[in-house]
Structure formats: structure tokens, C-alpha cells
Design a protein around this ligand. Sequence first.
Ligand SMILES: Cc1cc2nc3c(=O)[nH]c(=O)nc-3n(C[C@H](O)[C@H](O)[C@H](O)COP(=O)(O)OP(=O)(O)OC[C@H]3O[C@@H](n4cnc5c(N)ncnc54)[C@H](O)[C@@H]3O)c2cc1C
Length: 643
Amino acid sequence: MGANITRRDFLNGIALAAGASIIPPEMWAAAAADLEAQDAPGYYPPAKIGLRGSHVGSFETMHKVRDGDFWDTAPKPVDTGESYDLVIVGGGISGLAAAHFFRKNAGDKARVLILENHDDFGGHAKRNEFRSGSRMNLGFGGTFSIESPAPYSAVARGVIEELGIDVPSYPKYVSKDLYRSLGLKSRIFFDKETFGTDKLALNVLRVGSDESGSTDASREAGMKEFLNEAPLSAKAKADFQRLMTEEKDYFPGLSSDEKKARLARLPYAKYLSETVGVSDEIVKMLQAFPHPLFGVGFDAVAAQDAWGLDAPGFKGLKLDPGAGKGMNRDCIPNEEAEKYFFHFPDGNASIARLLVRKLIPAAVPGNSATDVVLAKADYSKLDQASSPVRIRLNSTVVKVNHKGDPATAKEVEVSYFTEGKLKTVRAANCILACWHVVIPYIAQELPDAQKEALTSAQKVPLLYTNVLIRNWSAFQKLGASGIYAPGMYHTSMNLDIPVSIGGYECTKKPDEPIVVHMMKAACKPGLSAREQHKMGRIQLYSTTFETYERNIREQLLRILGPGGFDPARDILEITVNRWPHGYAYEYNSLFDKFWLEGTEAPCQVARKPFGRLTIANADADAYAYTDCAIDQGYRAVQELKRN
Ligand SMILES: Cc1cc2nc3c(=O)[nH]c(=O)nc-3n(C[C@H](O)[C@H](O)[C@H](O)COP(=O)(O)OP(=O)(O)OC[C@H]3O[C@@H](n4cnc5c(N)ncnc54)[C@H](O)[C@@H]3O)c2cc1C
């Protein structure tokens, strides 16, 4: 816990296009009922619990548009008479940052409307608030932290600084020795369905980071403890030791580049079983490691990328340290980038809230990047006619078209569906900061090749589940701060980094309530990554909250029960942040030939400006990070027509 803990570190648990038919009918009905007006008294989405993320009511309209069912029954459009300098589709960080950049060019009086289909702004940067008595516990419902595998660009870093976030000051907010001082470590849970028995063991797996100790002696002691505890066969244990220590060259006679080229085309799971020859038990144990990064397991991650992540089995290959062709950017270590890290208790929702404060000061009171943590946003201020910037929630954009020939038109019309009504606004320009898969349905004027490229941006489906528990004495008894559970429904569960900031105090005593963060990647091993994402998306949309809840309760009981945890007594609140359209798809050398060959990537075609439309979102660079969302918002603004 001494070092910064990044999304990469979740790898070892150290830190701690669905068809309409699959949506249960009751969800359609609930959708309409669930939405309140954003200026209604008490409207405050961060405090909602239950099924969040892409909540009921946020996606049904767009799915109808996709399925061709919307326009036949759509109500007559109502012209709001509103006209803007810029309309932005999507109120995630890319859309919010685009509004910020636009105002820097066009001035504070420029009129901007942001339309967002969810009941909250921030997109994936989602704040979850929990209450127990007078205490408020914060959780991140999506974006975990300021971090990126590559250094932030000058543009993205500039925004972070303008918002007042002092990244180097981060250590002063973290109780970095808290868990360690209580004897908590990273653990691995072997489940009986996969490994024959339920058993918690020390996690000595070292992919990307190493908490088990930096000295050889402590590593050796850790390995001994792990081998003692793990319910693996004698052969699997011997294989594991060999995997961790062997220095054999499995590709003798090949140069480093030739080896990397081979590894780029070979799934790591196959490399382990066929090249290194370890038993199936070890492959199963490692399979879910990359879930937090890619939403798929090692069956769909190239061995070259696994090498970049410091996975075991490559020592003897003596590969040159530089990145190989076709490596995923997440897997290329970069020291400068690793140092640039900041975790707010609500994750990067704090960035979204700070951006909203810049755009509409009355909506998020306060004046520093730390006081934003406890600031209560006033949603009634988001969409006021008197404000040059307006954010309109619960509004799904269903059509964007130029008024006339896109090459010469002076205006676009944007149609959106809200509260059962179809409404239109006009604007001189429009930025599509929404998910790329949505764009071909709403911007039908785009060329076919561009639509095809946009469609290839299949998002990664994920669950970010937060559970408020009465206390964490079970974690203390079991000596666990984070648990990797490769065979369970959620493959990791962690106590959050203890950060106290801006008057918010993290939980420091095991007898106090805490938020447990659980992560599930919805995937289907054996298929290509995109196919896995498609299947996973269907699974997430069609699973009811009751099923999620049952799985959560069962998992917590099985893992924490031996430490005295009783789900009926100890679970206070559950929020399942469902992200069927989660991370931006990142290119993968196993499945994306253009990436391996270095030829034009679909995102380069997808993000081309068209008339008065420009295209932002993290999808625009196929890179699932906040800095990308900011950079793409910036580019989309620079590309806007100025006359
Ligand atoms: C679970 C999770 C964890 C992550 N963790 C990290 C992290 O720790 N660090 C990091 O740097 N990055 C992280 N990322 C990635 C990061 O969150 C994203 O890159 C970034 O927030 C994306 O911002 P965006 O604005 O491009 O997209 P989004 O946040 O997806 O915003 C786009 C918005 O457009 C809306 N929209 C879509 N269609 C329509 C429509 N028709 N009408 C109106 N609105 C529409 C969407 O609902 C959405 O709200 C994470 C992502 C996820 C999903």
C-alpha cells in the first residue's frame, strides 16, 4: 500500500449489442416511472442505491432507435425554439471538457447545451454516496483515479491544473500504512467449483506490482505461505514454482523481435499451457488477472501484453525491454505516467464535478479541488435559461442532422427524447461526445465507411459494485485488504485506498462502516474479445438486480464468512454500477490486424469531422482513460467550423 495503487494493480487484487428482446418487459415500464425532473426537490442521483451505472430509464430509447422501433411510434417533435452556439451529445468527461475548451475559444457568453441520457452527469465518472447514521461513505461507481499508462498530454494535464487538482500532493491525503499496520494483505480466494474447495490464501501473484515484499527473503516467505495454503495439486504447485523462477528460453534461435512477434499472436493462456507446459489449475488461477484492465481473461490477451504486465514465464526469453509491435498501450510500462496518480474517494467523479463547477458555478458550490469532495451539487441549477451553459439530463439524443447540405449548412438540428416527448433544438455546431456505437444511429448523414468504423468501437462490459458493510472486522480477522477470486462472480473485491480529503474522513477503524468495491468483467472465454464483449453486454442488460444481489451476498458469505461476516447483519447497502458500455475498446494484437501492422485504425476513420459535426469521446482514440476523454474533447473543439 506504500506505492500508488493503479488500475493496473487491481490485476492481482493487491489494491485492494444487446437485442431489445433480452430486456425484461418490466424494465421498460420501470424506465419511464424511474425518471424524475432534474429540478424536482430532492433530485440527487449520487445518493441513489441499487442498480446504477447504466440505470433503468437511460438506455431503452436508444435501443429502440437501434432496433428501428423508435420512429414508427415516436411522438410529433416539439420545437423548443432554443438555439445554441454548440450542442454536445454526452455529459461524460469528454463532453464536459469539450464545453470548457469551447468557452475558452468562444468566450464565457457562448451558449452551450449538453444533452445526457443518464440521470447524472459525468458518464463513467460516477459518484456513489452511502449513508449509515450520520456518516457518509463515498464510493467510485466508475472511473477510479487519475492515472494513465502514458503521461498525460499538456492539454489533459492543463485541465487537471486549471481545476486546481495538485497531483503531487496526493500522498498527504492517504493513510498509506493503515491496512498494512493491521496485518491486511492481498489474498486469493480459491472456490470449490473451480479448485475443489473454498480456501483463502496469500496472493503472491506478481503481475504489474508486488505487495508481498520487495526483498528476496519476504518473497520467499510469501511463496512458502502460498504453497502451504493453496488447495492446488502437488504438480500444480511445482509448476507454479517453476513458472515463477524458471529461466528457460522457450523460443531458442529467435531474435528478441521475432519472439515478440510470436508472443503478439499467441494468447497468454495458450502460452502457459502449451509453451511453458503448466497445469490447467495454474491457467485457471491466472485467467481472470487482466479483467480489471481489459474486461477479458488471459485467453484473449496476447502473451506479449502479459509480458509487458510483468506476468510470469518470460525471464528466460531475454526480451529487449522496449515495447514490441502491436503491444497494448496499457502494457507498456512508463515511470513518468506511473507517478501521475490521484484517487478521490468518489474517483474521477470529482473531476466531472469540478468541470461542472467551472461551467455552471452555482451548481457545485465551493472553490477548491478538495472542497468538491463534500460539496452537494444542486441539480436544479444545471439547466437554467439564464445560464450560458446548460446540462439537460435524462435526455436521449435520437437524431442529429444538418439544416441543408452538410458541406454548406449553417446549422444543425438535434432531436432528443425526454419524459415521453420528442424535442428539438438548433445549434451552429454539434459535438458527438457519446459512445461511438451510438453515432451511426443518430447521425445518419455520415458516410458508410465512417459509420462502420464507429460501430467497431465495442465497449467493454463491466460491473463496478459497491457494498456498504457495517464493519470490516472480517477483513481484519482474515488479514485481507483485497481479494482476487478468479472463479467467483466478481473476480475481485477490495477495500478502497484510505483517502481523507477536503473534510471527508475515510474509515480507519475496523469496527466502522466501509465500502467494499467488487468488480466483474462480463466475458465469455474462448471467443474473440469483441464477441466476448457483445455476449457480456447482453448478460449485464438481462440480469436483474435480485440476481446481482444474490450473487453478491453469496460471494461475501463464502469469502468473509470464516471471518465472522454475516450478510444479513452486515450488508447495509448495495449499489451495482452496471456498465454494459464500459471501457473504450483497446486494440488487441490477437484480433486486430491493423494494430499489429501499424496501419490506419478504425478510430482514426471514426473521428473525422463531418460538416458541423465533430466527434469526441474516449472511443475516438480507443483508449480507456480520462486523459483520452479530455484530449478527444479538445480535438473535437479545434475541428469545429468557426463561421
Ligand atoms: C468502470 C470504469 C472504470 C474506469 N476507470 C478509469 C480510471 O481509473 N482511470 C481512467 O483514467 N479512466 C478510467 N476509465 C475510463 C474513463 O472513465 C473514460 O475514458 C472516460 O470517463 C470516458 O469519458 P467519455 O466522456 O469519453 O465517455 P462517457 O463517460 O461514457 O460519457 C459519454 C456519455 O454519453 C452519453 N450518451 C450516449 N449516447 C447518448 C445519447 N444518444 N444521447 C445523450 N447522451 C448519450 C453516455 O450515456 C455517457 O454518459 C474507466 C471506465 C469505466 C467504465
